[in-house]
Design a protein around this ligand. Sequence first.
Ligand SMILES: NC(=O)C1=CN([C@@H]2O[C@H](COP(=O)(O)OP(=O)(O)OC[C@H]3O[C@@H](n4cnc5c(N)ncnc54)[C@H](O)[C@@H]3O)[C@@H](O)[C@H]2O)[C@H](O)CC1
Ligand SMILES: [K+]
Length: 479
Amino acid sequence: MQGIWTTERIRAAEDRLLAVTPDGELMRRAAFGLGVHAADMLAEHTGSVSGRRVTLLVGSGNNGGDALWAGAFLRRRNVAVSAILLKPERAHGPGLAALKRSGGKVVSLEDGPQWIRRADLVVDGIVGISARGPLRPDAAALLEHVSSPVLAVDLPSGVDPDTGAVDGPAVVADRTVTFGALKPVHALAPASCGEVSLVDIGLRLTDPDLQRLDTADVAAAWPMPGPDDDKYSQGVVGVAAGSATYPGAAVLAAGAAVRATSGLVRYAGHAADVVRGQWPEIIATGSVTDAGRVQAWVVGPGIGTGNEGRDVLRFVLGRGVPVCADADATTIIARSPDVLDARDPDTPLVLTPHAGEFERLMGSPPGADRVAAARSAARKYDAVVLLKGHCTVVAAPDGRALVNTPRGSWLATAGSGDVLSGLVGALLASGLDPWLAAGAAAHVHSLAGSLAADGAPTSASGILAAVPDAIRSVRPPTS
Ligand SMILES: NC(=O)C1=CN([C@@H]2O[C@H](COP(=O)(O)OP(=O)(O)OC[C@H]3O[C@@H](n4cnc5c(N)ncnc54)[C@H](O)[C@@H]3O)[C@@H](O)[C@H]2O)[C@H](O)CC1
Ligand SMILES: [K+]
């Protein structure tokens, strides 16, 4: 898993490292890596480095210092470097001196726009991990003139470093070069960061505040049949979803469970005939009380929020096996929390709210800090909470949190959540840790969305059809 640390943790680690490192050494390490990436971007976008023009946007802190030192390094490659100082009197002294010594230019804020317009690359050294609030007006005004590729120093200015929230003018970078460790913004604001590269400056951190699954984690977690397996041994999942009026949610959720693993899938509900017709391998019955033994339940998509839906949810919660409560089940829990009394406290529960369902559960929307929001819901309901959004956040009651950085916005389509709930349920039935099950399901769901879309809008059926290829992309067939 990729570790992600808050700016507070990173600053503390930097301070410890600064105490044992020669003055300015850390910054030069960071800036050298930044300079290499800047040259790489020039070559990529213009075909050459020497003779190209780079304009630095320089704030009043060390973020600006990184940019100035990187400019000095670029001068060695015969790049024409000009620096716009947002606060000339507070610009990083040694960095500014280094740039001047190397032949870099300092231009006034007033002349800044023309130097931005003629640049082959703009380097955003306005503000880094000490950013507070939206971008200040003088900095925001400069962004209007940017037409070249943008390289963000540490993080794109104007984006909250710890939440990834953007609530005003902000840099949109083609590439972000960060130093020492990933910050939450790098996983939570992919549209602002562009491609994220990490430069090692010797920072060593443990016990991350946030994590991101990498392919190897998902591959290791995903259950695959072995020589000693049979249809039961990989976990049987029950799906209580849909209705005679709305069978689609049942078909999608149950179908996703079929595609997720090789375990047996049982369906229970009024859409049994339609589900049986679409998925002959599913054992379908009209009622959860007739469904037989399962190792996990998915409940909610399309069951309705009336008494019958509540009875189905109460029954499923009382079975003593992990439950993924999605869609209508989330609304029932929000309206009638006493339904959770049917749940044995040791029974793992995964809630999968989107923002609206979250508001019903918690009484207010997730807000800017979606990791904190998911954690608060996880504590309140003693459940794993998979908070859907452009970036899905999965929080566990014990405080663990992971984020899934999306590949585009292809999942924003009707029925996509039904597919996700089926994937979660199948992984729960396989015995996976519920937090990891939700995270791995979200990872494969996101992959399936981008594979199904392949650059054009897709639908839940397309996402469902792409699940096997998404699994193959993390677990290439061995035989
Ligand atoms: N510690 C090190 O040696 C290393 C630091 N690195 C770089 O340093 C920055 C963090 O630097 P810091 O001086 O703490 O602050 P910033 O440069 O991020 O910004 C401070 C500066 O910016 C102004 N400011 C704050 N909020 C805004 C805003 N919303 N809009 C505009 N301006 C804003 C404020 O006036 C402050 O003075 C870190 O990100 C790295 O880039 C390296 O990592 C190497 C090691
Ligand atoms: K920046």
